[in-house]
Design a protein around this ligand. Structure first.
Ligand SMILES: *Cc1c(COP(=O)(O)O)cnc(C)c1O
Length: 231
């Protein structure tokens, strides 16, 4: 019987995703290193993540501060050149902990969190790379800065010397055609003179690369399906 995707291990799936990233970059006439693969390891424990580290993957994404605190300090001790991205919502009372754990925070979406993170990074003497998350679908319950608040938010980020703005990030509404959101995010980045574009997940990262993604966040296509309650 031919193996289904489910039977493959994470390292095999990682190889497949890397090949597809390179293919999509080539098709878009982008340099192969123009796209960073962020392996999203949320809900998977250190035991599941370690083989992917051993296979050479160094950039990872997590969506919860608390969960990351339970597994990444030990993994980092073994793999010091890891780059960890926070891709989930941040509460200002966790800013200090986020600064200790993460190298990049992709989810700046309101003034309060920009100030809290900027002050925490400065206090820790750390410089932190950040993305502003944009609510491109204008969804009421969704994280992300509203389109009409983006310019002011970016100005505030610029006033925090410890924060280094890389670009914009979005999570399209589940039922929408993602390419519309990727094109919009790309246009907004161009307007604001930003080069970083974090967009595209397991189901649509090739489309995102075609539309200029510099960072794709890929979870289940590498680690396998997550249980629904933890998605
Ligand atoms: C979980 C998650 C991903 C990865 O999703 P997959 O569909 O498993 O690739 C990407 N971005 C964010 C913000 C996430 O929370």
């Amino acid at each position: 019987m031919a193996p289904t995707d489910h039977d493959l291990d994470a390292v095999t799936r990682l190889d497949g995703v890397r090949a597809r990233v390179n293919e999509a970059a080539k098709a878009g006439e982008r340099a192969p290193d123009a796209v960073t693969l962020v392996a999203v390891s949320k809900t998977f424990d250190a035991h599941a993540i370690r083989p992917v580290l051993e296979a050479g993957q160094r950039v990872f994404g997590e969506n919860r501060v608390q969960e990351s605190a339970g597994k990444w300090p030990q993994l980092r001790a073994a793999f010091p050149d890891v780059e960890l991205h926070l891709i989930g919502p941040l509460q200002s009372n966790k800013a200090r902990q986020a600064v200790d754990l993460f190298d990049v925070v992709q989810t700046l979406d309101r003034p309060k969190i920009v100030r809290a993170l900027g002050e925490a990074a400065a206090a820790a003497g750390k410089s932190l790379k950040v993305f502003a998350q944009v609510n491109t679908g204008d969804e009421a319950q969704k994280a992300g800065c509203a389109l009409d608040g983006l310019a002011d938010l970016l100005t505030l980020v610029g006033e925090q010397p410890a924060l280094h703005l890389q670009g914009l990030m979005c999570i399209p509404p589940v039922d929408d055609e993602p390419s519309l959101h990727f094109a919009l995010l790309s246009e907004l980045a161009r307007e604001h003179g930003l080069s970083g574009l974090s967009m595209g997940m397991s189901g649509d990262f090739e489309t995102a690369i075609r539309l200029g993604a510099t960072h794709v966040r890929v979870g289940s296509a590498i680690f396998g399906a997550r249980s629904a309650s933890q998605a």
